[in-house]
Design a protein around this ligand. Structure first.
Ligand code: BES
Ligand code: ZN
Ligand code: ZN
Length: 489
């Protein structure tokens, strides 16, 4: 996608679709009024007929019949003026991409909104996110992108700010779309081994440090959790460790940890078939980590970042780990297995211990960890928990900037006894109630005093039906939040 800036009169811009924005319940004025005049009031009349007031997520498209240079006009709802934010612009970009994907090679935006930093970035990011689709396995459908041009028509030409913002947006959207691709890959193609190969390619391209541990090494180091979960599968596990070193002196070192279950059948506590569908998405945390690691060399934050992934399938083969098993994590703590379907926390335990052993002072993990989190927060919001409120606040602020919905859940002292075990140091499942919280409190046992936050992305990582702002399938959730958290903006 090619982004351009122009100072032309919008009515003189030759394009397939010219986009205006309209605030909810406001009378039309300014640029739209001008266009309406040129089109003999067809806009105002269409708004009335279609009862379009300017609500978010709604729009009206009309053909200009050659009365102006643009072929069509799309008026996108901006919602209430009082609620305007950069996220509104990102959503305008997503909506426009969806509305124009099949009919526009050149789209021009003529939006009269408060000109401020980030406008171009938000719109460009939205356009690139909104055009995403996953059709590589459809024999007769080619990628529809082609050489798309997006032109921003504005009366203030700020070339330097513009190119910086567009680059930033491109990096973030590409990383998100990359994570979406990984999640959408079928599990037969995206095995733990393949995930590790992809990680190695990212490392090579971005000059990152790269260490991949195979079965032998995982066992030798004592990563008993990852070992145990992998036993029921014929696909060997991998532990992935990528390192980004900034060119400037790092202000701090953090670890981003991802759950990389490339398929979760539930293991011997096998899932019913309906719940097993979509479980290729159980590596969405890992996909997020790889998306972020891919973007970092271009963004170059003042932070050293370790990307850590425990990758395996969870299968019920003849050697599978079993309920009643007791396994030993990397730090020596023992885990009683109550349910083999609560495998994510077990493989993450080793990854968290690994991060602690590296001496890292701040850890953020992302995992499609619990159905309970989806029950509590729904399909579009991630749960956030942790042992350090200042870290949590920074993640909440980053999510807000990114336009990703994240909601803090409490850790609860009274719930902690749920995961006490009679025979081991901890057991991997509590009761039904508070399942997202007890899962987090299980993880907490493996981080010691290190500042740590856990993002349960079970809901928003994968949206089966799609949504207004999400494509069907993998969403790449978390990439945008984590990048902003690392950049501190
Ligand atoms: N991968 C699942 C969690 C999940 C469920 C993610 C639905 C996305 C959509 C996880 O490994 C799991 O199976 N968790 C169990 C835990 C239970 C056995 C305590 C769950 O949530 O049902
Ligand atoms: Zn599971
Ligand atoms: Zn799982």
């Amino acid at each position: 996608m090619d982004f351009k800036l122009s100072k032309a009169d919008p009515l003189e811009v030759k394009c397939d679709v010219l986009v205006f924005g309209k605030f909810e319940n406001e009378r039309i004025g300014g640029l739209i009024k001008g266009a309406d005049k040129a089109l003999e009031n067809v806009l105002e009349r269409t708004f009335e007929q279609e009862k379009f007031k300017g609500e978010m997520g709604k729009s009206v498209m009309i053909n200009t019949l050659g009365k102006i240079q643009a072929d069509r006009i799309l008026i996108v709802g901006l919602g209430k003026r009082s609620k305007f934010s950069l996220d509104v612009l990102r959503k305008v970009g997503i909506h426009t991409a969806k509305m124009t994907c099949s009919l526009s090679q050149k789209t021009a935006f003529a939006l009269e909104v408060a000109e401020k930093r980030g406008n171009f970035a938000a719109l460009s990011e939205g356009m690139m996110l909104g055009l995403y689709n996953f059709n590589k396995y459809k024999t007769n459908e080619k990628g529809s992108e082609g050489d798309r041009i997006v032109e921003f028509v504005t009366d203030k030409l700020r070339e330097k700010m513009f190119s910086g913002e567009v680059e930033y947006a491109k990096t973030i959207a590409e990383a998100t779309n990359f994570a979406r691709d990984l999640v959408n890959e079928p599990p037969l193609a995206l095995t733990p081994g393949r995930l590790a190969e992809i990680a190695a390619e990212i490392a090579k391209d971005g000059k990152l440090g790269c260490k991949i541990l195979d079965t032998k090494e995982i066992e030798k180091r004592g990563m008993g959790g990852l070992m145990a979960v992998s036993k029921g599968s014929d696909e060997p596990p991998r532990f992935i460790h990528l390192t980004f070193d900034p060119t400037r002196a790092p202000r701090k070192t953090v670890a981003i940890v991802g759950k990389g279950i490339t398929f979760d059948s539930g293991g011997l506590c096998i899932k019913p078939s309906d719940s097993m569908r979509t479980m290729k998405m159980d590596m969405s945390g890992a996909a997020c980590v790889l998306g972020v690691m891919k973007a970092l060399p271009k963004l170059n934050p003042h932070v050293r970042v370790h990307g850590l992934i425990s990758a395996t399938e969870n299968m019920p083969g003849g050697k599978a780990y079993k309920p009643d098993d007791i396994i030993r994590a990397l730090d020596g703590k023992t885990i009683e297995v109550v349910n083999t379907d609560a495998e994510g926390r077990i493989v993450l335990a080793d990854a968290l211990c690994y991060a602690v052993q590296l001496g890292i002072k701040e850890i953020v993990d992302l995992a499609t960890l619990t159905g309970a989190c989806m029950v509590g927060l729904g399909n579009y919001t991630a749960g956030l928990m942790g042992n350090d409120q200042s870290l949590i606040n920074r993640i909440l602020a980053a999510a807000d900037l990114a336009g990703e919905k994240v909601w803090q859940l409490p850790l609860d002292e009274e719930l902690r006894k749920e995961i006490d075990s009679d025979v081991a140091d901890v057991k991997n499942v509590g009761s039904r109630w508070g399942g997202a919280i007890t899962a987090a409190m299980f993880l907490e046992k493996f981080v010691g005093d290190t500042a740590w936050a856990h993002i349960d992305i079970a809901g928003p990582a994968y949206v089966e039906k799609g949504g207004d702002w999400y494509p069907k399938g993998g969403t790449g959730f978390g990439v945008r939040t984590v990048i902003r958290y690392l950049l501190g903006r």
